[in-house]
Design a protein around this ligand. Structure first.
Ligand code: ADP
Ligand code: MG
Length: 320
């Protein structure tokens, strides 16, 4: 099957249509309009087979993850998604895989009201690059650089589940079937916290999404904001599945170091803490206070209760 037939059969007719797209798939470029008073927010992420997902992962799981990791970046900026482009490298024509992939992408673009506006299709090792674009009201984007000493640190959801899910897939480690399912779904089907992101505008001082692991991602905020932080590992939110499978001590280790959570970590000033908790109550996602920003430059201090907590490992990093 030729490139254009693939585009036509799987992507052209299947995407949600938006009014702010004047020209979508089919020409050399797409033409779109950004609403007045809004800034355009753009992000790109690539998922490569055997690096970001194991060989044999379903088209559905790959589509879900490729889109979700991008939407999670938009969420972390407080943006609302609008358009995506898809660059697809596939080793051969695999009808079942492509159908699964494109149907899931269609379901999700419908669900989020986003339009697939273009892309590229090539033959090569299986790899998916999505560029996602969205809007944020002028001046309201959540950045990493605005944390101040005294700000409280929060995370959404529970941490470490995806990392444990990956380990269940790759090793002999055992778990109750119900928990195993839950953890592997957390790995394959992350939920971008878009509603939390937009709710945090004007309330949070910084926000970041957790992709490499809490311990490593929180450093990005400390570095960008030139601050330090104390995190109480006793407070880290752990799922029932995590606690039942590995217990609290190991759970803390996963929560700190495992990647692929796609939860949001954000900071909020003492003054806005109350308003923020009220606003988040409408989001259907839990948010847990896990620590506080301080003035000790770029130093992350881990405590368990009132004792220091030691952890040797760091988050996953490419090229390390
Ligand atoms: P060009 O050679 O001008 O780059 P292509 O033949 O690569 O054009 O693509 C034709 C049209 O199909 C373009 O509008 C492009 O954006 C779109 N397109 C190509 N691949 C994809 C894809 N995987 N998903 C969505 N749109 C695609
Ligand atoms: Mg092309």
């Amino acid at each position: 099957m030729k490139e254009f037939d693939i585009i036509k059969n799987y992507f052209l007719s299947r995407s949600y249509q938006r009014k702010d797209v004047q020209l979508g798939i089919g020409d050399d470029c797409a033409l779109t309009t950004v609403p007045e008073g809004q800034q355009l927010v753009t992000t790109t992420d690539t998922l490569a087979e055997s690096v970001h997902f194991p060989k044999g992962t379903s088209g559905r799981a790959v589509a879900h993850k490729a889109l979700s990791v991008n939407l999670s970046d938009l969420a972390a900026m407080g943006a609302e998604p609008a358009w995506i482009s898809l660059s697809l490298s596939i080793p051969e024509y695999d009808e079942a895989w492509l159908r699964d992939f494109s149907l899931c992408l269609q379901e999700l673009t419908d669900y989020y009201s986003i339009q697939l506006i273009g892309g590229d299709t090539v033959q090569g090792p299986l790899s998916i690059t999505i560029t996602a674009q969205g809007f944020v009201p002028q001046g309201q984007a959540l950045m990493r650089s605005k944390a101040k000493p005294g700000d409280w640190i929060y995370v959404t959801g529970t941490l470490g589940d995806a990392g444990l899910g990956l380990e269940l897939l790759q090793t002999e480690k055992a778990a109750e079937p119900m928990h195993r399912n839950y953890l592997i779904n957390r790995l394959n089907f992350p939920s971008p916290r878009l509603m939390v992101g937009t709710t945090l505008r004007r309330l949070a001082t910084t926000c970041i999404d957790l992709s490499d692991g809490l311990k490593s991602d929180v450093q990005h905020i400390l570095f960008a904001s030139q601050t330090g932080a104390v995190i109480n590992v006793e407070q880290l939110p752990l799922s029932e599945a995590m606690l039942a499978t590995v217990g609290k001590d190991e759970g803390i280790r996963y929560a700190l170091t495992a990647g692929d959570d796609y939860e949001l970590l954000f900071t909020v000033s003492e003054e806005q803490k109350g308003s923020l908790e009220v606003a988040l109550a409408n989001c259907n996602v839990s948010a847990t206070c896990i620590g506080r920003i301080n003035g000790v430059q770029e130093k992350l201090e881990l405590q368990r209760g009132d004792k220091p907590y030691q952890l040797p490992e760091t988050g996953f990093q490419h090229f390390s």
